[in-house]
Design a protein around this ligand. Sequence first.
Ligand SMILES: Cc1ncc(COP(=O)(O)O)c(C=O)c1O
Length: 387
Amino acid sequence: MIQTSKRLEGIGEYYFSQKLREIDELNKTGKQVINLGIGSPDLPPHPEVVRVLQEEAAKPGNHGYQSYKGSFILRKAISEWYKKWYEVDINPDSEILPLIGSKEGIMHICMTFLDKADEVLVPNPGYPTYRSAVKLAGGKTRDYALRAGNHFEPDFEQLKKKNLQKVKMMFINYPHMPTGQLPSKELFEKAVAFAREYNILIVHDNPYSFILNDSPMSLLSVHGAMDVAIELNSLSKSHNMAGWRVGMLCGSKQRVDEVLKFKSNMDSGMFLPVQLAAARALSLGKEWQEEVNKVYRQRREKVEEMLKLLNCKYSKQQAGLFMWAQVPGSRKDGYELSDEVLHEAAVFITPGGIFGNAGNKYIRVSLCAPVEKITEAIDRIRNLGKK
Ligand SMILES: Cc1ncc(COP(=O)(O)O)c(C=O)c1O
């Protein structure tokens, strides 16, 4: 018998990969489930981006291995993008590492910085990958709760009362997934001060700053952040390029070199035409973001209609690709509501509990489906009420 490694113990299959199989089975029985679960943009990238990819892919010289640090053209585009949108100066030669998505960066950072006894503060609710990456790297997670009463922000004063001696890293993520909470400058300043006082490396995961948000913000805009923080960013959501797998890590030269030491042993630089097309995407102007957000705003209105029908409570000030909503008191939890809606109305919405137990009483609805689909989902749910 071949056994899997100990490091896989306690790591479940990613929730969505399991759930998509269940949805497939339902579809085979003719259900045609409307999937409002996953945050994979259904809109295409800008046509110019696709054109660059096609043209560059047709060139015979563009198919070789690429530099581990990525093409300078992409790093320069990232640096200019940070300057233009976040007013942050980052050196394209030394302070940027292109990634195959932000998700890979989370794993690389954990492998680079964690040893067995090291602890990592992770948000609850939060993106499940933080938790699994820490465990896979051999570290230990310590949850910090995010509550509606505290604007889904970490309670730093509460954290300071705990023994933080073994804490080496802290993941934060604003605009926050799944709650949609926007950051404030004060929040970022508090995070940087906390990191400095307790000698903790902050990893800020920032893939949602352009979605339904007029003021994108980077943690690196806070004075002194470069000394104590790394920021991950991505084109997956902001440029409708989730399948392309293009992200980035920004931080001091020392941090970038440390992560590169690990990453360069795992893979090589991305396919050059993808990097060049990504650089083109990053050069797009305000019109692009406005166009994308116009669509999401219409969808959000529809999703609000659905949430009202389900008697869920929600904040209207949410950014990102989802709506986060509290299930009514009559429901045991979000799992119960999600299962009922899936099996009775053939609509999939995500139970908030998969993001940590602080999300148990919530559901998350994706905005990555056309208005017509959301309208159809509402009709199905309305009919359910009449049964
Ligand atoms: C908070 C958060 N971070 C990172 C990612 C992954 O992004 P990427 O496609 O850049 O790997 C996601 C994707 O759903 C996410 O929600």
